[in-house]
Design a protein around this ligand. Structure first.
Ligand code: CUA
Length: 337
């Protein structure tokens, strides 16, 4: 091979590598890391990206050089030279990628293993996914329940994941870790938040009509802030009565994820607006309270025009007590008079 050719291929390769590096670095492809685990995942992304840029630059440089240096004249109809392989070249293009792929595999395995370790004294938070809402329980704090995920910064947290109905998936983009919630098969995942702030928990497994709305607010606070939140939740979380009890059931059952209901401040659009219950009951020729109760325990019985059957979970008669259903019915009936 001529020396001039090697110089030219090298120059093209360097130019391509610089361009590809600019695309990789200047565009913010990944969110700002907010967990220890995301830091490792980011390192793995960059490790693979650097290798990819190197391979890409070599391939494009040889390709571009060949297109121009070996192009045939328009009237040249002769066959090209017959080539019988090049053993050294073939060994090189087999061994080099093999080493690189093994390296990526080893680094991935190390990151996966480290990200799965909860370390000493982890805090446990139970996450329950249900069409189309998230619930959180804090077994370390007497089973405190919440619809908002609040966690202390710089603490190893083991999430125990459970699904009530279909497969959902737990993902906070800035924290990297992602894990499916599978009905009947408890799974877990470890997250160590490194930065305070507000984030969003997103369901990343297509789980039904309301999948895109299945999100929950996430707050990472200081340890003091977390302790104060727990105390405040525990003192305020007594058994409320009257409208308060119904509203509490509405919130904890995740009704607002799918339904708009002004008295609860919800704006879901998957199911009918619950401010219209009186009108819907009239259309169904039913008494308001009976209609509301039936719609909760047997949601497929009457489907409001423009909506689909089998979207709302049909198991509220099992997951809620009779008292809770009654409280919910009076809360909903009161808002549509
Ligand atoms: Cu739950 Cu998508």
């Amino acid at each position: 091979m001529r020396r001039g050719a090697i110089v030219r291929i090298t120059l093209i390769g360097v130019a391509v590598a610089i361009l590809a590096t600019l695309v990789a670095v200047l565009i913010p492809w990944l969110p700002d890391p907010a967990s220890k685990q995301m830091g490792r995942i980011e390192f793995l992304y960059w490790f693979a990206t650097v290798i990819s840029i190197g391979i890409f630059a070599v391939v494009i440089a040889v390709l571009l050089y060949s297109v121009f240096a070996f192009r045939a004249a328009p009237d040249d109809d002769s066959d090209g030279p017959s080539i019988h392989g090049n053993t050294n070249l073939e060994i090189a293009w087999t061994v080099v990628p093999a080493i690189l792929v093994i390296a990526i595999g080893v680094v991935s395995a190390v990151v996966l293993s480290q990200n799965g370790q909860a370390g000493t004294n982890p805090m446990t938070i139970k996450v329950i996914g249900q069409q189309f809402t998230w619930r959180f329980e804090y077994p370390d704090s007497k089973g405190l329940k919440s619809n908002e995920l609040v966690m202390p910064v710089d603490r190893n947290i083991t999430f125990q994941l459970e699904a009530v109905d279909v497969i959902h998936s737990f993902w906070i983009p800035q924290m990297g870790q992602k894990q499916d919630l599978v009905p009947g098969l408890p799974t877990h995942i470890v997250v160590t938040p490194t930065r305070m702030g507000t984030f969003t928990l997103i369901c990343t497994e297509l789980c039904g009509l309301g999948h895109a709305t299945m999100r929950a607010p996430v707050r990472v606070v200081s340890q003091q802030g977390f302790d104060a939140w727990i105390k405040q939740q525990q003192s305020g979380g007594g058994s409320a009565s009257g409208a308060g009890a119904g509203k509490a059931v509405f919130t904890s059952s995740g009704c607002g994820a799918c339904h708009t209901y002004a008295p609860a401040g919800s704006a879901g659009a998957v199911g009918p607006n619950l401010g219209n219950l009186a009108a819907d009951a009239k259309k169904a020729h039913e008494d308001l309270a009976a209609y509301v109760k039936e719609s909760i325990v047997d949601p497929n019985k009457v489907i409001v025009a423009g909506y689909q059957p089998n979207v709302m979970p049909g198991n509220f008669a099992q997951t809620l007590s009779a008292k809770q259903v009654d409280a919910l019915v009076s809360f909903l009936a009161a808002g549509s008079k």
